[in-house]
Design a protein around this ligand. Structure first.
Ligand code: MCN
Ligand code: FES
Ligand code: FES
Length: 913
């Protein structure tokens, strides 16, 4: 029996009593006993600040504050005590209008932290705000921090009386048009008040008979499973079931989406619960289902697992060695290849005397996604007879399809819903815990809940797949034109194949993208390894390709004695150019962007030259980025809109919201499409995705939603207006439509017109709508230590017409921050070292410059995009890291060939000069 003590506190000004234990955390008391779920728990390790509260005037992280340390009668302020929906604090209003809440999971913690600052200093400088967030470990993965500092500064002005309260309100344009504006996203208010329920919050609302799941996981990379003894665990208090592979009713595999005959496996190699072998660290061997989380975890520790270790292949070269065994017996470790044959044979070109050649061997990192909210799923049997699974899925229909057969169901027996999510950045294009909670419900008949801790988030979700690339480029010495390129690359995709072939295809599509290269020979291969499985990650394959391509371009400029910007200007896509896969670019955007960047670049060159010293060398680097908005080939979406009795509409579209802004994306597009009907924006209702309620709109991946789902929404709006138009040019009200027996539900669909790349030659037009971004970074390199600091960032972007400026600014700032992490610190190679946010090199505010500027060009309206829009989610992610890497080269001559550019690698590169 547990012993308790009584604690009296003033929570948000109200005297509150709890009976608790010494080692219980304040976060647990607030969330689980007092149901103040505005306080979020992310890392649970004191590293993210999501759980910040104010305790007796000091900002503390409640996840590491034990109740024994909370003084009696302590005054505690949580987000609920700062402001409420309809009665927002200036900080919350500022958060909304500055787009400071994307996924919003970090927002309550940041707002509470900022309140703690403004309580002691209502005139902070931007640096004061940045230092405060650094000191309190407030981490954000979405926003690049700049909008957060903007918001605090704006709120402080109002609090001091230096600016009117209205300065924190959005001003509706006179014509009522929100397309292209900074209209705050519809979910902002719920996010900034802490009232939006994420997965763990919803878990607290499940009935009392809900079972908690603890995982028994493999602590080996590759092994045969000899035995799993659950006998003792089954007798532990509160335990209802201990499930192993034999308890899974279906095929016990997650389908890896193999469709191509060129793919050597069958796609059924990923177990739900591993049965015969362990393929990677963390693979699940058993599920313990118990009445409480503590009981489940205690019993999981008593499950006895015997493994027979096998050789672990932790990189592509190791798994490709002649003596390496097949990780999935019967399928070669190299299971997919994609050649590229464009133009003339490149061999003779490289031998010519009049060409300059540059080359390199590149390795990219296993970048971890590091959302602040770890993975969470729950499931239950519905009154409708369906198995309901709620998770962070960004592909609800696809995931139901991928996991159904493994559980012995058909996809239509599953209702897969996505909860509000604290960021995924692509890892959730893979199913993670969905099938685990599904299996548990099917076995026990009770609702089941599973939340990963941050170690599990790091070790048992997919990662960015490292590319090992050898590449070379030839250019005419006299004309400076690129003539040819060759590359050969191996993709370390971990043990499970899902999306491996698509990812491998990205190499041929994007190494050298942006430049007119007439002759290319390339070969990519997908390799099965025993490191973390490869998942989608924002800028999927583009990031890795740009590392090689933009290094070669930069080095070629140096070799030819040309300025890096001017060399790019001379060689970038113009009329008549073709992409690496031989397609005609959708628009000609790059010359205009480079022209716009040129004055900023020249200014930066002068500034860095002036500020450089022998100890601290400064430099400027640029990088071109091109990426497709849409999945390869034909990409489709289906949606509907429902006319509501108050003459508003509810959107029946499964556009999943990682945090990027599916709400504002769908609402903004619909508002624009229904402008003739003048439906007020507040009456356009976003609904959270559920595969049983909405038709398949496709995943929120591949930066496809604004383009593909947006076009389907536009089609549904057109159908609605055609059906409800009246002869006088107005439209029927809902009542009139009912009286006239008109339908109130209107379907819309859209298919894009691309063609997948040819499996033999690699040629094709996979994307008919692309995003174009060019970044410029300024860095300082400390020569003695190899430490790099990023001082400034600029971006010029052509993303077509922009739906929402706040959303798109936020995408770009967030990509800059993730790009800096990718360039300098982030990795997941060493399971021990890299399994926490700090250990994996998460970029806090001090690593991200406050100086970031973005300029858009919207004159290239996209033919295949609603109202001329392209995407925004990933284009801006493919190249910021390269601007940093090129800036290091400019600063000190050190060329980095392996990411991340940690101080030891920079020093090594300096020594190699
Ligand atoms: N948008 C716009 N105008 C445009 C293009 C886009 O206003 N011309 C807006 C859209 O309305 C949407 C956002 O920008 O709010 C991104 O749109 P889009 O490029 O269509 O991308 P998706 O909605 O399909 O989102 C997925 C994309 C991907 S693939 C990853 S990974 C990703 C990302 O977006 N993960 C994110 N952005 C993220 N942002 C956050 N905060 N968290 C993640 O996990
Ligand atoms: Fe408490 Fe991360 S610091 S949840
Ligand atoms: Fe900060 Fe998503 S808005 S983590």
């Amino acid at each position: 029996m547990s012993s308790l003590f009584q604690k009296r506190m003033y929570i948000n000004g109200v005297e509150t009593n709890v009976f608790t234990q010494s080692d219980t955390t304040l976060a647990e008391v607030l969330r689980e006993q007092l149901h103040l779920t505005g306080t979020k728990v992310g890392c649970g390790e004191g590293q993210c600040g999501a759980c910040s509260v104010i305790l007796n005037g000091k900002v503390v992280r409640s996840c590491i504050t034990k109740m024994k340390r909370v003084p009696d009668y302590a005054n505690i302020t949580t987000i609920e005590g700062i402001g409420k929906p309809g009665a927002l604090h200036p900080l919350q209003k500022a958060w909304a209008i500055h787009g400071a809440a994307q996924c919003g999971f970090c927002s309550p913690g940041f707002i509470v932290s900022a309140k703690g600052l403004l309580d002691v200093n209502d005139s902070p400088s931007r640096d004061d705000v940045r230092n405060w967030f650094q000191k309190h470990r407030n981490a954000c993965r979405c926003t690049g921090y700049k909008p957060l500092v903007d918001a605090v500064m704006a709120a402080a002005e109002v609090i001091r009386g230096d600016a009117p309260a209205e300065s924190l309100e959005f001003k509706m344009p006179e014509d009522g048009r929100i397309w292209g504006s900074k209209y705050p996203r519809p979910t902002a208010e719920a996010k900034i008040t802490g009232t939006l329920d994420y997965g763990a919050d919803l878990g607290l609302k499940l009935p009392d008979d809900t079972l908690h799941i603890a995982l028994v996981q493999a602590e080996a990379h590759h092994a045969d499973i000899l035995s799993i003894d659950t006998a003792k665990a089954e007798t532990m208090p509160g335990v209802v079931a201990v499930l192993t592979a034999k308890d899974v009713k279906g095929k016990n595999r997650i389908f890896g989406l193999v469709q191509s005959p060129y793919h050597k496996g069958d796609g059924w190699e990923r177990p739900i619960i591993n049965d015969t072998k362990v393929f990677q660290y963390g693979d699940v061997l058993a599920l313990v289902c118990a009445d409480s989380r503590e009981e489940a975890e205690a019993a999981a520790r008593e499950v006895v697992v015997r493994l027979d270790p096998l050789p672990a292949y932790l990189s592509a070269p190791e798994a490709m060695a002649d003596d390496a065994m097949e990780i999935h017996p019967g399928t070669p470790n190299v299971y997919f290849t994609q050649p590229l044959i464009k133009g003339d044979d490149t061999g003779p070109i490289f031998k010519r005397d009049d060409v300059a050649v540059v080359q390199g061997d590149f390795v990219t990192s296993r970048q971890p996604h590091m959302p602040i909210e770890p993975d969470v799923s729950f499931a239950f049997k519905g009154e409708d007879g369906l198995l309901h699974i709620h998770s962070k899925s960004i592909a609800v229909h696809l995931h139901a399809f991928m996991i159904a057969e493994g559980m012995g169901l058909t996809p239509d027996q599953i209702a897969l819903a996505s909860n509000p999510m604290g960021g995924t950045f692509g890892y959730k294009l893979s199913p993670t815990s969905e099938a685990l909670v599904g299996v548990a419900v099917l076995a026990t008949g009770r609702p089941c809940f599973l939340r990963y801790n941050y170690f599990q988030q790091m070790t048992y979700t997919g990662k960015r797949s490292p590319f090992h690339i050898s590449a070379r480029m030839a250019a005419d010495r006299k004309t400076g034109r690129i003539l040819a390129m060759e590359h050969d690359y191996s993709v370390d995709h971990g043990p499970y194949c899902e999306m491996g072939s698509v990812l491998t295809g990205r190499g041929i599509q994007f190494i050298g993208a942006g430049y007119d290269i007439p002759n290319i020979r390339g070969m990519g291969r997908t390799v099965c390894t025993n490191h973390a499985w490869g998942a989608a990650f924002r800028g999927f394959g583009g990031v890795q390709s740009v590392f090689a391509g933009e290094t070669l371009v930069d080095e070629m400029a140096y070799k030819l004695g040309q300025d890096p910007l001017e060399f790019r200007y001379a060689n970038c896509y113009r009329e008549g150019a073709t992409t690496p896969t031989g397609a005609i670019p959708d628009v000609i955007a790059l010359p205009q962007l480079l022209e716009a960047l040129r004055p900023k670049y020249q200014e930066a060159k002068k500034r860095t030259a002036k500020e450089s010293t022998d100890e601290i060398k400064r430099g400027v680097g640029i990088a071109v980025g091109v990426y497709g908005a849409g999945a390869d080939g034909v990409d489709s979406a289906e949606v509907f809109i429902q006319y509501d009795p108050d003459n508003g509409v509810t959107l029946g579209c499964s556009w999943e919201d990682h945090g990027q802004g599916a709400d504002i994306g769908a609402v903004g597009t619909t508002h624009e499409a229904l402008r003739p009907m003048r439906v007020p924006v507040e009456k356009i209702r976003f609904s959270w995705p559920d595969s049983s309620k909405q038709p398949p709109a496709g995943p929120a991946g591949a930066s496809r939603s604004q383009v593909v789902v947006g076009s389907a929404l536009k089609a549904a709006c057109k159908a609605m207006m055609e059906a409800l138009s009246k002869p006088d040019g107005t439209f029927m009200t809902y009542e009139e439509a009912m009286a006239a027996e008109k339908p109130t539900r209107f379907d819309g669909s859209y298919s894009s017109m691309g063609s997948v790349c040819d499996p033999e030659t690699g040629l094709g037009t996979p994307f008919v709508n692309c995003m174009y971004t060019i970044y410029q970074a300024e860095v300082s390199v400390e020569v003695a230590t190899g430490k790099v600091k990023v001082d400034r960032f600029s971006c010029v972007a052509d993303l077509g017409a922009i739906n929402n400026r706040l959303a798109v600014d936020g995408q770009i700032y967030g990509c800059i921050a993730q790009g800096i992490g990718l360039a300098l610190s982030e990795d997941f190679e060493d399971i021990k070292k890299h399994s926490t946010m700090i250990g994996a090199g998460f970029p806090y505010i001090e690593s991200i410059p406050d100086s970031m500027e973005v300029e858009y060009f919207e004159n290239n309206l996209r033919e295949h995009g609603p109202f001329g829009a392209s995407g925004a989610g990933e284009g801006p992610m493919v190249n910021p890291h390269m601007a940093v890497i090129n800036a290091i080269r400019d600063a000190c001559g050190a060329r980095i060939y392996r990411l991340p550019a940690t101080p030891d690698r920079v020093l090594e590169a300096l020594q190699a000069i």
